[in-house]
Each structure stands twice: as structure tokens, then as C-alpha cells.
Design a protein around this ligand. Structure first.
Ligand code: NDP
Length: 452
């Protein structure tokens, strides 16, 4: 960064932090984008004159609401619900709903901000939004989860719609929760529309939507590897998380010939030195999705595997490729050094912002392949966009058709990263590429639409 860009970023961040105190994840996400786009805006001063960045960091609307519900014993609980409608310059707000105890306004705003650029990268007409609650479905019965979802949707329904805001799943919100949320939406609004994505296959969902984020991350990694004449074949892959994204990243990487050796949850990780196969992945899906167990139970089924608890993460396991697929800031500078020392040469984010700024700096300084989630996990929202198209057309595409579109979109995102992120020494800075490519379309749409 030259002097102008550095001064601009520092001044901007000082004001942002003063105006949004304590929102550390939001500050982190804004700083990253700003650092990439400041030199671009300097080259195109109409963006500075239009105060595009100042407008982008201010959500168009933030909705916060009370979510009261009763547990199975009749005790009353009160959670807080959120929907951050960040930017609608290129389409209706679109982004997931997260149910996790850690949810707060900062996390909602960082996710909605990231989503704006990610959705732009997909080339589909979707604006950015995100929602959720500090409610944790973990350990709750189906009936409790249903009552919570119904209460949450009773308020949210007045703010969303197929042409306004189209939520989907995220951490803690899978097929079960989307079903309860959709049921209540339909009941209150008396309409069957594509207002939520990630729906069940029998009632408006798209084939391959559950698989899309993890599969898409692997398609993106394939493109990254190809820039160095490499493939997944024979590579050892370490994955964190064991939810939707992690399961399908593991499945696809394995099918592409890799040996995937770890999965994790917030309690710890499992290491299977033999690697996963179809049967083991099917067991993990059953364990996590059907009986809602913990990942440590894997070693009872496959005693050759080892479990390490106390919240340990899998980054010390020797690998060629790492795919963090759990949550934000789960891979720090120290972990990055260990990965590098062990020979890891490709890090593809499946989660949103899982690597800390120190980790990203270490990967880029070592010139290894590193992609930010807004590029490599965009396959999920892209396929949600395809679900919206199918709903509007009252059609259902085959999984081959959806997979072909997903694959094309991930290749196109990779090409956009190369276009805007290739540096003088030919190193591909995927952070810069994704940020600038995502930014341009939204910024120009905002300029075209005037001061709104
Ligand atoms: P799931 O709820 O299906 O799975 C989340 C996984 O991450 C679980 O294994 C969970 O373990 C673990 N996890 C959650 N919080 C923490 C934590 N604080 N520390 C350690 N582990 C944690 O969510 P998804 O797989 O859908 O989402 C994972 C990531 O991918 C998120 O960052 C999400 O924003 C992102 N993403 C998801 C998309 C999707 O389509 N679902 C699309 C794009 C991005 P535990 O059970 O112990 O909580």
C-alpha cells in the first residue's frame, strides 16, 4: 500500500471503530476489504467522491428483536434475534441465519458485510444480508427447536420476502430448522414462495444445495492447485468442523483422490490415519445429522482413529492442504506457522473468516495458495441463487444441471480472483482479487442508483 492508501485505511478505521465500538469481528472484516480496495478507489476517484465505502459499512437496516419461547418443562426463555440487511444494490438481501450462543451484532454485521462481496462474486443478482440468534439448538429437543423457530419467524416474517430478503441456513441452522422456519412463514403469510433457501427436496429445495458449499470449496481448490500443476490426487487434507460444510468438503476431496484425515467440533478433533472412505463419511453424516452426536463418538466406531479433546484444533496434523470449515478466527498465526512448517501449501477456507489476519499474513508471506471464504465458500449461496431461480420458474433441475452450474460459477470466481489479484511477481493474492472483483459490481450499482 502506498501512503495515500495507508492513510485512508487508518483514518477510515479510526472512525469506524469509534462509531461501532466493541464490534471486533466487523472491524476485522472491514479492514481486510478496505486494504484491498483502497488502491483501486484511488485509481477511480469517483468511488471516493461518492463515499462508497462509507455507505457500504453502514447497513441499510438492522432489525433486532425479542424471541420468547418455552422449553419442554414449560420454563420461559428469551433470546435475541437479528437480521442485518446490509446492501441491496444488486439484488434482494441474501444470506444465512445462524443459531449459536456466540451470535451478537458484531458477528452478524461481519457476516452480512462479507456476504455482500461474496454474492457479487457469484455473478447472480443477490444483495447481502445475514441473521440469527444467540440460541443454541445443541441439546434441545425437536419440539423446543420448533417452538424457537416459530417464535423467531413470527417477527422475522414481516421483514423478508422472495423479492426483499431471502434467508438460508448457516451454523446451527440446517434442514430441520429451515423446515420449521418455512412452515411458520407460510402459515403467517399464507403464501408458498421461495423466501427461504435450503428447503427440503420434496418442497421446493434444490438438488445439491446441502452439498454445495463443501463441494464448491473443493472445486475452487482444484482451480487453485491447477495454477501450480497440482491436483487433490494423493494429497493429505486436514479439515476442521464436522457440520454441513466440513462433511461435504471431506466427501468431495476424498472423491477427488485425496486422503482426508481430520474432522472436528468445538470440543476437539478426530484424526484417522487411514483417511475417510464412503462408509466413514456416511457414518459421520448419520452421527451429526441424524442422531446429533459429537465427533468424538467416531473413534468408538473406528478405533484406529484418535480423538483429542479440550477444544484442540487439527492444525498440527501434517498435511498438504488445509480446509478450515468450522467458524471465524479458528486458525491463528501460531497454527499457520505449524501448518507451513509441516509443508502445507494450500489453504482453502470453507468457513467465513476462519483465518486470523496474522495467519493470512503468514500464508501470503510464504507465497502458498490461500483463498478467503468469500471466494471459496461462495458455492453455497450460489446454489441458493439457483434454488431461487428454480422456485421462480416452478421447475426443478437435475443434480447434474445444478452441479455443472456450480462448477462453472466456482471457475468464474477463480478467474475473477486471478484477474484482480495477480501481483507483479505473478503470485495470486486471492484476498485482493476477491475483494476487488466483488466490490466493483456493488460499488458501480450504488453509483448508478444515486444516493439511497
Ligand atoms: P454447521 O452448524 O453445520 O457446523 C458447524 C461446525 O463447526 C460444527 O462442527 C461445530 O461444532 C463447529 N463449530 C461451530 N462453532 C465453533 C467454535 N466456536 N469452535 C469450534 N468449532 C465450532 O455449520 P456449517 O457447516 O453450515 O457452517 C460452517 C462455516 O461455514 C461457518 O463459518 C458458516 O458461516 C460457513 N458457511 C456455511 C455455508 C452453508 O451453506 N452452510 C455457506 C457459506 C459459509 P459444534 O457442534 O461443537 O458447535
Amino acid at each position: 500500500m502506498d501512503n495515500f492508501a495507508k492513510k485512508y485505511v487508518d483514518g477510515f478505521m479510526t472512525e469506524l471503530i469509534a462509531k461501532n465500538p466493541g464490534e471486533t469481528e466487523f472491524h476485522q472484516a472491514v479492514r481486510e476489504v478496505l486494504t484491498s480496495v483502497a488502491p483501486y478507489m484511488q485509481a477511480y476517484p469517483y468511488l471516493l467522491d461518492n463515499k462508497i465505502m462509507e455507505r457500504m459499512v453502514e447497513p441499510e437496516r438492522v432489525i433486532m428483536f425479542r424471541v420468547p419461547w418455552t422449553d419442554d418443562k414449560g420454563e420461559i426463555h428469551v433470546n435475541r434475534g437479528y437480521r442485518v440487511q446490509m446492501n441491496s444494490a444488486i439484488g434482494p438481501y441474501k444470506g444465512g441465519i445462524r443459531f449459536h450462543a456466540s451470535v451478537n451484532l458484531s458477528i452478524m454485521k461481519f457476516l452480512a458485510f462479507e456476504q455482500t462481496f461474496k454474492n457479487s462474486l457469484t455473478t447472480l443478482p443477490m444483495g447481502g444480508g445475514k441473521g440469527g440468534s444467540d440460541f443454541s439448538p445443541r441439546g434441545r429437543s425437536d419440539a423446543e427447536v420448533m417452538r424457537f423457530c416459530q417464535s423467531f419467524m413470527t417477527e422475522l416474517q414481516r421483514h423478508i420476502g422472495q423479492d426483499t430478503d431471502v434467508p438460508a441456513g448457516d451454523i446451527g441452522v440446517g434442514g430441520r430448522e429451515i423446515g420449521y422456519l418455512f412452515g411458520q412463514y407460510k402459515r403467517l403469510r399464507d403464501e408458498f414462495t421461495g423466501t427461504l433457501t435450503g428447503k427440503g427436496l420434496g418442497w421446493g429445495g434444490s438438488l445439491l444445495r446441502p452439498e454445495a458449499t463443501g463441494y464448491g470449496a473443493c472445486y475452487f481448490a482444484q482451480e487453485m492447485l491447477a495454477t501450480r500443476g497440482e491436483t487433490f490426487e494423493g494429497k493429505t487434507v486436514v479439515i476442521s468442523g464436522s457440520g454441513n460444510v466440513a462433511q461435504h468438503a471431506a466427501e468431495k476431496a476424498m472423491r477427488l483422490g485425496a486422503k482426508v484425515v481430520t474432522l472436528s467440533d468445538s470440543d476437539g478433533f478426530i484424526y484417522d490415519p487411514d483417511g475417510f472412505n464412503e462408509e466413514k463419511i456416511a457414518y459421520v453424516k448419520h452421527l451429526k445429522n441424524a442422531i446429533r452426536g459429537r465427533i468424538k463418538e467416531y473413534v468408538k466406531q473406528y478405533p484406529n482413529a484418535q480423538y483429542t479433546g479440550e477444544g484442540t484444533k487439527p492444525w498440527a496434523v501434517k498435511c498438504d492442504i488445509a480446509m478450515p470449515c468450522a467458524t471465524q478466527n479458528e486458525l491463528n498465526g501460531e497454527a499457520a506457522k505449524v501448518l507451513l512448517a509441516n509443508g502445507c501449501f494450500c489453504v482453502t477456507e470453507g468457513a467465513n473468516m476462519p483465518c486470523t489476519p496474522e495467519a493470512i499474513e503468514a500464508f501470503q508471506a510464504a507465497k502458498i495458495l490461500y483463498s478467503p471464504g468469500k471466494a471459496s465458500n461462495a458455492g453455497g449461496v450460489a446454489t441458493s441463487g439457483l434454488e431461487m431461480s428454480q422456485n421462480s420458474m416452478r421447475q426443478k433441475w437435475t443434480s447434474e444441471e445444478v452441479d455443472a452450474q456450480l462448477h462453472r460459477i466456482m471457475k468464474d470466481i477463480h478467474a475473477a480472483c486471478i484477474k484482480y489479484g495477480t501481483e507483479e511477481d505473478r503470485y495470486i493474492n486471492y484476498v485482493k482479487g476477491a475483494n476487488i472483483a466483488g466490490f466493483i459490481k456493488v460499488a458501480n450499482a450504488m453509483v448508478d442508483q444515486g444516493l439511497v
